[in-house]
Write a protein that binds this ligand. Structure first.
Ligand code: THU
Length: 154
C-alpha cells in the first residue's frame, strides 16, 4: 500500500469523530441574526483538534464563520499544519459548503489538506482545499518575480 493510501486510511478512521466534534461545536453557534448555525472541527498534524462556531455581531459585517474561528484558535496556539477540517450545519438536504472567504483562509495553510462537508446525519463529502479553490492566490505568489521592484518609500 502506498504512503498516500495509508495516510488516507488513517484519516478516514478519524473522520466520524471529527464530524461529531463539528456537530457539537455547532451547538455553541452565536447566530441571533441569521439563525444559521455552523460548527467546525480542525484536525492538526499531531492529532489535536480545534473546534469553532460562527459568531455574529450586531454590526452584521463583523460576524466570523465557524471555519475561521477554528483556524484562528489553532494558529494563535502555534499550529499551522493541518490534516482536515469538518464543517456542520443544520441543512438536512445539502452538505454545508464553506464560503469563499473561508476557502481562502484555509488555503493560506496549503492546498492539499482535506475538507469534510457534512450533513447533520453524519454523512459527508470529502474535498481538498485545492479542489474548493482552484487556481488560487497564496503566500508563494508574493515571492514570485515582478515587473517592478517597488521601493520601500513608495
Ligand atoms: N457561515 C459559516 O460559519 N460557515 C460557512 O461555511 C457558511 C456560513 C455562517 C456565517 C453566518 O454567521 C451564517 O453562517 C449565515 O451566513
Amino acid at each position: 500500500m502506498g504512503d498516500l493510501n495509508r495516510r488516507h486510511e488513517l484519516l478516514h478512521g478519524l473522520t466520524p469523530g471529527l464530524i461529531r466534534q463539528s456537530l457539537e461545536a455547532k451547538e455553541f453557534a452565536y447566530c441571533p441574526y441569521s439563525r444559521f448555525r455552523v460548527g467546525a472541527a480542525l484536525l492538526a498534524h499531531d492529532g489535536k483538534v480545534f473546534t469553532g462556531c460562527n459568531i455574529e455581531n450586531a454590526c452584521y459585517n463583523l460576524g466570523i464563520c465557524a471555519e475561521r474561528t477554528a483556524i484562528s484558535k489553532a494558529v494563535s496556539e502555534g499550529y499551522r499544519d493541518f490534516k482536515a477540517i469538518a464543517i456542520s450545519s443544520d441543512l438536512c438536504e445539502q452538505f454545508i459548503s464553506p464560503c469563499g472567504g473561508c476557502r481562502q483562509f484555509m488555503r493560506e495553510f496549503g492546498g492539499s489538506w482535506v475538507v469534510y462537508l457534512s450533513k447533520p446525519d453524519g454523512s459527508y463529502v470529502e474535498m481538498t482545499v485545492e479542489e474548493l479553490l482552484p487556481e488560487s492566490f497564496g503566500p508563494e505568489d508574493l515571492k514570485m518575480k515582478r515587473v517592478h521592484a517597488i521601493p520601500n518609500e513608495f
